[in-house]
Every structure is written in structure tokens, then in C-alpha cells.
Design a protein around this ligand. Structure first.
Ligand code: ZN
Length: 191
């Protein structure tokens, strides 16, 4: 169990498709240790989630947890989720414009269109199948994390590159408008 180095954009591991975990391997020490390292590293960095490629492990494992996050104080809570071999299905054509950052893309944020409703099928850390529907801002969090397993970063999905900004400039110029929009989204979907 350890806080691992988070690799940043430019590292090839962030650009490859991560490999499935064999279901019989989920309970083994390698995958259980990976999950513990992801949790420790995510929490130490105040991430809303972390995917294994971000600690240079090309496996389809991610963790998500939001609880009064100082990086994203407007995000509603998401109880800890450990996702092994997750598959995301967009449930309809409804989209919202999220403004995202990433621990692997230091000091950059940008606008990304995300589905407002997704179904996520995966194994939990005990290897049991789980399926959940996530809506609103939380749906965006799941889409961002699970993109990492396919070698996709949020910057790939920024349609209008003029929305790219540092965190300080986002705080100064965009935050108030964005938080008002996000509050309305959270009110609509409850998450
Ligand atoms: Zn990320």
C-alpha cells in the first residue's frame, strides 16, 4: 500500500488501451494491491477518481470517490466505487457541458460535452458483478475516469480549445458561471 507517482500527459501508458483483468485474478494480491495503491494515491492527490494507467499500470481498474473534494468543491458526493473491467453505456442523447481537469494533465481545464445518464457495468473489488446508473455531474466523473482505460484524455474531447485554461484563470473568469450551471444540473438529476 503506497502513494504512487501519477504520470502525466506525454507518458505512453496514458495512450494505450488498458488490458482486462481476468475475473479469477481480482482477489489476488496483485490486483488487490493495485486497488489499495489507487485509493491511497487518489486520496493523497485529492482526486475525484483515479485509473490504473495514471499510475503507469495498463489494467482496466479505476476508483472513484467524492466527499467534499477541495479540487472540485461543487461536486456532489459519490461513495467509494472500485471498478474492474468497467463498461459504460450512454443511456440517451442528452448532454451537458462539463469543465474538467485531470491529475495527469497538470494545471489545465477545459469544456467537455458529457452524457447526463450512463450505465456502468463492472466487477467490484471482490469480483462480483455490479451495475449502476449515474446521472448529472456524477455521470461526467465516471465517463472521465473510464476514458483513461481506453487511452483517452479529457483534452481529446475539448471541442472548443478556446475554453482551455489554467486553474487560476478558471477560478477568476469561469468558475461562477460554471458553478451556477452545475448547481442547476445537480438539482435536475440529484447528483
Ligand atoms: Zn483524469
Amino acid at each position: 500500500v503506497a502513494v504512487r507517482e501519477i504520470v502525466t500527459i506525454g507518458h505512453p501508458v496514458l495512450r494505450q488501451r488498458a488490458a482486462e483483468v481476468a475475473p479469477e485474478d481480482v482477489a489476488g494480491p496483485e490486483v488487490q494491491g493495485l486497488i489499495d495503491d489507487l485509493l491511497d494515491t487518489m486520496r493523497a492527490a485529492h482526486g475525484a477518481g483515479l485509473a490504473a494507467p495514471q499510475i503507469a499500470v495498463p489494467r482496466r481498474v479505476a476508483v472513484i470517490e467524492v466527499d467534499h473534494n477541495p479540487r472540485y468543491p461543487y461536486k456532489p458526493p459519490i461513495p467509494l466505487r472500485v471498478l474492474v473491467n468497467p463498461v459504460v453505456t450512454l443511456l440517451d442523447g442528452d448532454r451537458f457541458v462539463n469543465n474538467e481537469g485531470c491529475l495527469s494533465v497538470p494545471d489545465l481545464r477545459g469544456d467537455v460535452a458529457r452524457a447526463t445518464s450512463v450505465e456502468v457495468r463492472s466487477l467490484d473489488r471482490d469480483g462480483r458483478p455490479q451495475v449502476e446508473v449515474w446521472r448529472g455531474l456524477s455521470a461526467g466523473t465516471f465517463q472521465h475516469e473510464l476514458d483513461h482505460l481506453d487511452g483517452t484524455l479529457f483534452v481529446d474531447r475539448v471541442d472548443d480549445r478556446r475554453t482551455l485554461s489554467t486553474w487560476a484563470q478558471f477560478e477568476r473568469w469561469r468558475r461562477a458561471e460554471f458553478v451556477a450551471r452545475v448547481d442547476a444540473l445537480v438539482e435536475r438529476f440529484g447528483s
